[in-house]
Design a protein around this ligand. Structure first.
Ligand SMILES: Nc1ncnc2c1ncn2[C@@H]1O[C@H](COP(=O)(O)OP(=O)(O)O)[C@@H](O)[C@H]1O
Ligand SMILES: [Mg+2]
Length: 221
């Protein structure tokens, strides 16, 4: 069995006046330890897919198994706990909390997951050091560059030692050189921790440096 197996996934947004059918019948498998790139034009459903795989949103139909666990069968509370413990998420916009320092932002998933206060801070400091950000721990997000903000976001995503690392255009707002640096750090973290990673990117060079590329083309409906 693959680490991640999604079968016949369908998703339609029904919150708007006109429902938006994003995809249906979508299949995807990712092996344990694999680093997969997802590419495709804007609006095709890359973010939607990532949200479903990470349990941030629910599919209308289909099955998702991650590490043998059935995400569809989970209650909302179970899904939230699963996410906190097993999934690290990095977004295009860092989504750091502006009123907390870099160190506190990184510790936050630990506090939410009931890791002891001091232990979460200790882990956060170690992650910041690993990502070359030790001197930045006391700074607020607004005091950091775009690349530093994304490195803090990566550290935060890794705090609970997740199995699955999901990144949605993590370098979308960075210049080329900074993108490379942030990608290299993600690749290092991926290999060192034996993560299974899925990276949505518009950068073909970065996609080519992943183990495999999943291209979302036509709408699956
Ligand atoms: N919360 C939402 N409500 C309604 N429509 C949405 C929502 N999120 C995304 N969509 C629509 O779903 C489609 C896929 O969006 P998205 O997954 O963000 O694509 P991508 O990440 O590939 O650019 C788009 O047509 C988008 O407008
Ligand atoms: Mg998107």
């Amino acid at each position: 069995m693959s680490f991640l197996e999604a079968r016949a996934l369908s998703k339609t947004y029904r919150n708007a006046e006109v429902p938006v059918a994003v995809f249906s019948g979508l299949d995807l498998q990712v092996e344990r330890g694999e680093m997969l790139a997802i590419v495709g034009p804007s609006g095709i459903g890359k973010s939607t897919l990532l949200h479903l795989l990470g349990g941030l949103d629910r599919a209308d139909s289909g099955t998702i198994r991650v590490d043998g666990r059935d995400l569809i069968a989970m209650s909302n509370d179970e899904l939230a706990a699963f996410r906190n413990r097993n999934v690290g998420f990095v977004f295009q916009f860092h989504h750091l909390l502006p009123e907390f320092t870099a160190l506190e932002n990184v510790a936050m998933p630990g506090w939410i997951g009931r890791i002891a206060h001091g232990e979460a801070l200790k882990r956060a400091a170690a992650l910041l050091a690993e990502l070359g950000l030790s001197p930045r721990g006391r700074h607020f997000p607004s005091q950091l560059s775009g690349g530093e903000q994304q490195r803090v976001a990566i550290a935060r995503a890794l705090l609970t030692d997740p199995l699955l690392f999901l990144a949605d255009e993590p370098t979308g707002n960075l210049d080329l050189e900074t993108s490379e640096r942030v990608f290299d750090l993600m690749r290092d973290c991926h290999s060192k921790r034996g993560l299974t990673s899925i990276i949505v990117t518009h950068n073909p060079e970065l996609a080519a440096r992943c183990d495999r590329v999943f291209e979302m083309k036509q709408r699956y409906n």
